[in-house]
Design a protein around this ligand. Structure first.
Ligand code: PLP
Length: 452
């Protein structure tokens, strides 16, 4: 840090402050974690200085032997950890991994047949007319994914994301009574919509998904099953999600981030069945530039960590701690979407405390508890203010918290939410953002959070 401070002291200050914040507060953001020192150190070194566009052993730059080594290691660890036939570890993030996967599916399902029909080997060999009709065919495809308010992700075909411009999108939601995924409803929607890609995966659905059933649905309508396991990859790696609930053997293409429950560096990767491998490997230069050698190396280290028996114990603890946290909240009167959890996250409906998600998120932050507001199914407050707060156990489980500590965390959350009241907006009407916390509660909770 002294080296950094000598050049730009404010950056060194921000790094120190981040460490202090992370140590004195309770990190409950379901998509965050604490990467190990080995992973963090692997990201800050000379591998970062090398250009290596291309694939292992087939680069557009000279001198890539060490990048080849780390990329191969990361891919091998990923294949062994997840039992996948093929792994592509270059994506810089989850959004990139999904983009690589979408293009690979389009290339495999639409572009290759079009090239074969035109008797061409490469798009550059197509006549202008054939190229225009291929572009139209590529832009005319459909994707079916989980709706945002049920817990789906923006990259699953929604308008603000490029995937929403690539595909005509339709969504499946959850059962209004139970909040659970209704597979018969997904099947009915798939039959009607006939998607090229059926997407399964989520960022805020607190339950596991039966991927064997999703594959049956995909097969029935001739869709490619793409699973985005970004949130729960750690539970798959740690064998908490096995059999029908392990996406990798059932999906044609599986994408993930590496920094959430998997506890690696910020980044993404794609796993796939052999028939998609060539198209997936064309992620660079199709949608990616030069890979980040330092981050691929850190992925190799994190994936090697996840292959150790200790990681299975960690993943089991993430799941059992989520149950302890959810039970602790519900015992104290909180309402959870779906009435609990069987993964690493829970979604609190804070409207029962008379609050919006925005007010609850801010009041918790003031009290040293870091969460994020999140829409709940059919949310009357929309995606900005929301009625929910999402919480997860991966980060605090990495710090060694067990069920007892998580029960205390549940108590602190309910104390803060119960002591928080909405305040009127400046104009006098109800505000969805302003709030007050009862005397001393924020300070007391902050102190308790720092002590934990
Ligand atoms: N997919 C899912 C399910 C996610 O939850 C996220 C991130 O929140 C992403 C993709 C995007 O990951 P990234 O932020 O690394 O682009």
């Amino acid at each position: 840090l002294d080296l950094i401070a000598a050049v730009e002291p404010d950056v060194a200050g921000a790094i120190r402050a981040e460490l202090a914040d992370q140590r004195s507060s309770l990190k409950l953001i379901a998509s965050e974690n604490y990467a190990s020192p080995a992973v963090l150190l692997t990201m800050g070194n000379w591998l970062s200085d090398k250009y290596a566009e291309g694939t292992i052993g087939h680069r557009f730059y000279a001198g890539c032997q060490n990048i080849d080594t780390v990329e191969q290691l990361a891919a091998d660890h990923a294949k062994a950890l997840f039992g996948a036939p093929h792994a592509y570890v270059q994506p810089h993030s989850g959004i990139d991994a999904n983009l690589v996967a979408f293009w690979a599916i389009l290339a495999q399902r639409v572009e290759s047949p079009a090239l074969a029909q035109a008797g061409a080997k490469h798009v550059n060999d197509l006549s202008d007319d054939d190229w225009q009709s291929l572009r139209k065919a590529l832009g005319d495809q459909r994707a079916l994914g989980m709706s945002l308010d049920a817990g789906g992700h923006l990259t699953h075909g929604f308008r603000p994301n490029i995937s929403g411009k690539m595909f005509h999108q339709s969504s499946y939601g959850t059962d209004p009574e139970t909040g659970l995924l209704d597979y018969d409803d997904v099947a009915a929607k798939a039959r009607e919509f006939k998607p090229l890609v059926l997407i399964a995966g989520y960022s805020a659905y607190p339950r596991r998904i039966n991927f064997a059933r999703m594959r049956e649905i995909a097969d029935e309508v001739g869709a490619t099953l793409m699973v985005d396991m970004a949130h729960f990859a750690g539970l798959v790696a740690g064998k908490v999600f096995a059999g029908d609930f392990d996406p990798v053997p059932h999906a044609h293409v599986t994408t993930t981030t590496t920094h959430k429950s998997l506890r690696g560096p910020r980044g993404g990767l794609v796993l796939c069945q052999p028939e998609y491998a060539d198209s997936v490997d064309r992620g660079c230069p199709m949608v990616l530039g030069g890979p980040l050698g330092n981050v691929m190396a850190a992925k190799a280290v994190a994936l090697a960590e996840a292959r150790q028996p200790m990681f299975q114990q960690y993943a089991q603890n993430v799941a059992s701690n989520a149950v302890a946290l959810a039970d602790g909240l519900m015992r104290r009167g909180a309402r959870l979407v779906t009435g609990g959890t069987d993964n690493h996250l829970a979604l609190i409906d804070v409207s029962t405390f008379g609050l919006t998600g925005r007010q609850a998120e801010s009041a918790l932050l003031d009290s040293g508890i870091v969460t994020n507001r999140n829409a709940i199914p059919r949310d009357p407050n929309g995606a900005w203010y929301t009625s929910g707060v999402r919480i997860g156990t991966p980060a605090l489980t990495s710090r060694g918290f067990g069920p007892t500590e998580f029960d205390r965390v549940a108590e602190l959350i309910v104390d803060v939410l119960s002591a928080t009241t909405p305040t009127a907006a400046a104009s006098g009407g109800a505000s969805k953002a302003k709030y007050t916390i009862g005397d001393g509660v924020a300070d007391k909770t902050h102190a308790a959070a720092a002590e934990l």
